[in-house]
Design a protein around this ligand. Structure first.
Ligand SMILES: Nc1ncnc2c1ncn2[C@@H]1O[C@H](COP(=O)(O)OP(=O)(O)O)[C@@H](O)[C@H]1O
Ligand SMILES: [Mg+2]
Length: 604
């Protein structure tokens, strides 16, 4: 999914709107910077009396001038400190909020978004792009305010000193404006590409770090290094081009300023113009011109800086503007479901009765449907098992129960109420889900079980879940017991241990619906049996859906559903299916031959 390019003024308005809460501070910052530039212009202005009168014995200038200049220096130092400190403070505040909003939106975005974006890109938007907004916007703001005020002040000084000289210099202004305009467009384009390349770089690094074992075992070092080098080199080139552009614009300004200087010298020294300029006026105008070069150079880059901030802000807003999971589903449903119908109020705790009616679903950009005309009933107090070859749609079906996807056809009901009439958080409270990929956080064993909404479960409740999932068996052997940190994504544990942890988390949730997607695949037979017994106890007041690869896991299920290519091929009890369903017999034969060949699953 491509993120749109927003309108430039719109992005500006949105950034500025975020400044609103800090308007008082903003005024303070501007005042500080104003003081700074006033002092600078004042200094240049004083050059005239210094030159014209300061060196003559009868003038009183010598008495007050040093004092006035000292005052201006103090003013400048103070103004500069207050101005810059306050601007940076505001900038960081605004960006902190922006970053929080972006992260907050990641928590709301639908599954599809995460399927279609690399984690590296999403990470670098939060870390790098938002930082770019902060840096470029604050530096840009400081320069924009202080330097444009300084330039204005200096122009005023020049005009006050000699109208003719100043106006003749003004002829050069349009040239500068043109240069800045052309260059800043290029700058924005480059900034955007740098951000993208940072995303790529993060992505490659992350993949290599995560997959370091595979990289080493399959001699992927050269490939990874080459991939990294390519992105890194591209990043370097883009930066170099950016600097080139930046230098080009400031060099051009310098060139034109030099030309202006020559013009000034020419005008002042040509007797034929008869301008009658005193040495003091000349020095003061010259001083103003020279003093203007640096702020002018910065001002040409400021535009570029602001373009950088804009490009970065745009990439952040592009994500923030995406519809959340809730909104997106509501939109999709609005077109399909009549607006006027009676909506039943979902109960606080569902009974767990699930019904799928002719459900069909196809992933975007996929040719074949992942599910077709699936009709099923899952009853409370029963265990339903979902079997089928890999890719037959088991995981898809399970994730649809938690509304990670909406059906394209048909509907799913919980307690007789269509799923879409349950609010997402409320619906998900009804389901304890262990996915086929165990997700653990870099925290202690205990905190991984009592995670999120269950953080305030009592210790007894947690211990009960731990016992049921046989976590205590290995936890007691760990150095700090339940308080042992388990590492990034739990990599300090074995696969089977991770699965037991995930099971304990699901059991602690104590939801009316329990979905286990290959959640016991890494367990040894003994642990598996224990867990089976634990589930048996739980099942009395719950709806349990088990997706399993090993058939012995589900032999005792109340109902077994065989999926093939997204369709329900057969449904019944183990014995019946064995008698009547050839496809199920084949699955069974596979399972048996696996065991015969001595492939006993063991905890890895
Ligand atoms: N996020 C996804 N985007 C696109 N296609 C997907 C996605 N997840 C699964 N699929 C496809 O949908 C089909 C069913 O997958 P899945 O439900 O994971 O099967 P199972 O769990 O039975 O192995 C497969 O053909 C798979 O390639
Ligand atoms: Mg699966």
């Amino acid at each position: 999914m491509a993120l749109d390019d927003h309108e430039q003024p719109a992005v500006w308005r949105r950034l500025l709107a975020r400044l609103k809460p800090y308007w008082a501070w903003f005024i303070l910052a501007v005042l500080g910077l104003l003081l700074d530039s006033l002092a600078q212009s004042g200094f240049i202005y004083l050059l005239r009396p210094l030159i014209d009168e300061g060196f003559s014995a009868e003038s009183a200038v010598g008495q007050w001038l040093p004092l006035a200049m000292f005052g201006l220096i103090l003013m400048r130092v103070f103004g500069n400190f207050v101005g810059i400190y306050t601007t940076v403070w505001i900038g960081r505040k605004v960006v902190n909020r922006l970053r929080a909003d972006l992260f907050g939106h990641y928590l709301l975005l639908p599954q599809r978004f995460f399927d279609q974006h690399s984690a590296g890109d999403l990470v670098s938007r939060v870390t790098y792009n938002t930082d770019q907004v902060a840096q470029a916007a604050t530096n840009g703001m400081i320069t924009a305010v202080r330097d444009s005020l300084t330039v204005l002040g200096l122009i005023t000084v020049m005009l006050l000193q000699s109208l003719v000289l100043s106006l003749s210099l003004a002829l050069l202004l349009p040239v500068v404006v043109l240069v800045v305009g052309v260059i800043s467009r290029r700058f924005r384009r480059l900034s955007r590409r740098i951000q993208e390349s940072m995303g790529d770089l993060t992505h490659v690094t992350e993949e290599t770090v995560r997959g370091h074992q595979v990289v080493k075992m399959y001699a992927g070092e050269a490939y990874e290094r080459q991939r990294f080098d390519a992105h890194s080199e591209r990043n370097r080139q883009l930066h170099q081009r950016l600097i080139g552009t930046q230098l080009l614009s400031s060099s051009l300004v310098q060139l034109f300023a030099g030309l202006a200087l020559l013009l000034l010298l020419y005008l002042a020294t040509q007797k034929s113009f008869d301008l009658d300029i005193s040495a003091g006026v000349f020095i003061s105008v010259l001083g103003a011109m020279v003093a203007m070069i640096a702020p002018m150079k910065r001002l040409t880059n400021v535009h570029a800086q602001l373009q950088k901030a804009l490009a970065a802000a745009d990439s952040v807003f592009a994500v923030i503007d995406l519809a959340s999971e809730d909104e997106e589903q509501a939109q999709a449903l609005r077109s399909r479901i009549p607006a006027e119908r009676t909506v039943a109020e979902p109960p606080a705790r569902s009974s767990g009765r699930i019904e799928l009616r002719q459900v069909g679903f196809r992933y975007p950009q996929r040719e074949h449907a992942a599910l077709e005309q699936v009709s099923l009933q899952l009853q409370p107090g029963t265990v339903t098992a979902l079997v089928g070859r890999s890719g037959s749609g088991k995981t898809t079906l399970a994730s649809m129960l938690a509304r990670f996807h909406l059906p394209d056809q048909g509907e799913i009901l919980l307690d007789g109420i269509p799923l879409q009439d349950w609010s997402l958080p409320h619906l998900r409270r009804q389901i304890a889900y262990v996915g086929q990929d165990v997700v653990l956080f870099n925290d202690t064993l205990y905190n991984n079980i009592a995670y999120g909404g269950m953080a305030d479960a009592t210790r007894d409740q947690v211990l009960a879940a731990i016992a049921a999932a046989h976590v205590d068996e290995f936890a007691s052997r760990l150095p700090q017991g339940l308080d042992t940190p388990i590492g990034d994504r739990g990599h300090l544990l074995s696969g089977g241990q991770r699965q037991r942890l995930a099971l304990a988390r699901a059991l602690l949730k104590d939801a009316p619906i329990l979905i286990l997607d290959e959640a016991t695949s890494s367990l040894d037979n003994v642990s598996q049996q224990y867990i089976q017994d634990a589930l048996q106890l739980l099942q009395t007041d719950r709806t349990v859906l088990i997706i399993a690869h090993r058939l012995q896991t589900i032999e005792h299920a109340d109902s077994i559903v065989l999926l093939e290519a997204g369709r329900v091929l057969a449904q019944g009890r183990h014995a019946t299916l064995l008698d009547e369903c050839p496809a199920y017999q084949r699955l069974q034969q596979q399972a048996v031959s696996e065991t015969d060949s001595g492939c006993v699953d063991s905890e890895s």
